[in-house]
Design a protein around this ligand. Sequence first.
Ligand code: FES
Length: 394
Amino acid sequence: MSNSGSACNGQPSQAPSLSHLNNVPTHGQPLWLLAELTYKCPLQCPYCANPVDFASKTGELTTAEWIDVFTQARELGAAQLGFSGGEPLVRQDLIELIREARNLGYYSNLITSGVGLNERKIADFREAGLDHIQVSFQAADPEVNNLLAGSEKAFKQKLAMAREVKAQGYPMVLNFVTHRHNIDQIDRIIELCVELKADYVELATCQYYGWAYENRNDLLPTRVQLERAERITNEYRDRLAAEGNPIKIIFVTPDYYEERPKGCMNGWGQVFLTVTPDGTALPCHSARMLPIEFPNVREQSIEAIWNRSNGFNHFRGYEWMKEPCRSCDEKEKDFGGCRCQAFMMTGDANNTDPVCSKSPNHGMIIQAREEAELPSHKEPIYRNERNSKVFAKS
Ligand code: FES
C-alpha cells in the first residue's frame, strides 16, 4: 500500500483548521439514524463490517441514553431508524426501544440474523410498533450458510424466522451478502427468496470494510462470477415479473469492478447518522477507523454533533479534496468516493477513492481483481471476540 498523505499516522487529528468550512454547502437533516445497539453477535461472519477491534469498545449506551438519542435525532428531522449491531436481539431492552421509536414517529427497521428471534418476539415487536424486519442469510443451503455463520443451527433458524416474519404480516427484506463462495448459487438463492415470499431481496455483493477487508482475498468474486450472477438475476426478474410476482430484487455489484467510485453515504454528513454501541457518532458505519476524532452522544447533543462537530464537517464540501477530485467535473456526483476505502487502501482519507480510474492508486483495485482470479489461499478470519482482541492489541 502506498502511504501518501498527511492524515495517515493512525492518530486522531489534532484540532484541525475549520477554515475550509466556509465553502461547505448547506447539509441536510440526518434522515437515517442507524442505532448499532451492540457489537455482541452469536454469529461469526467473516464479511462483517463491524470494526475488527470491536472487543476493545466497551460501555454500551443504556436504554435511557438510547431513547435520548432517538428523541434528539427525531427533533432534528430523522425519519427512519434502523436497529442494528452486532445482533440487536442481544439487547434485552429492544422491545422498549422499538416502542419508543414508534411513539416518536419513526419508521423502524430491525436488521437481524434471525438468531435469537422467536414467534413470540416477532408478535411483541409488531405490537410495540416495529415496521419492518430484514433477515440476513449467508447462503441458500445449510452447509455453506452454517460454515460462513460459524453456527450449525443458523440456517434452520433463519428459515423458520423468515417464514414467521411473513406469516405475521411484516414487509420482509431478505438480505444475502454475496461473495465468491455463494455467488454461483444465485439461482438457488432467488428461488429460496421466492419460496419464502420475500417482498424485497437484496443480493448485495460484499463491500470490503471491517472484517470483510481483512478477508478480501477469500471473498472477492471474479468478474466472470459477477457477470453470470447479474445475468441470471436479470433473467429471474423478467420471468417473475411476467408471472405477476411482485418480489423486488436488488443486485448490488462490488465497486471493485467499477471505474468510478460510489457517492458513499450520499455524501459525508448529508443524510446518514450512525451511533455505535458506546455512543460514538459517525457519518458512516465504518468511519471510526479513520484518524479523526468523532464526537460521542454522552458528551454532545445530536444537534451539535450534526451541525458543528469536526468529525461530521471534516469531509463536507469540496475544499478538502486533492487532485484529481478537486478539478473533476464528477465530484458533485461521487464526492471523491468513499473516505473509508481511500484510507484503508492508501493510508490517507483525503485521497481519491482508488476505485476511480483517475486515481493514481487505481492499480490497487486492478491488483485485487487479478488476485480474485487465483484460488483462495487463506483461511478466513472469523469475526469473534478472540480474533478481535488480537486486532485490538495490534
Ligand atoms: Fe465510510 Fe464510505 S464507508 S465514507
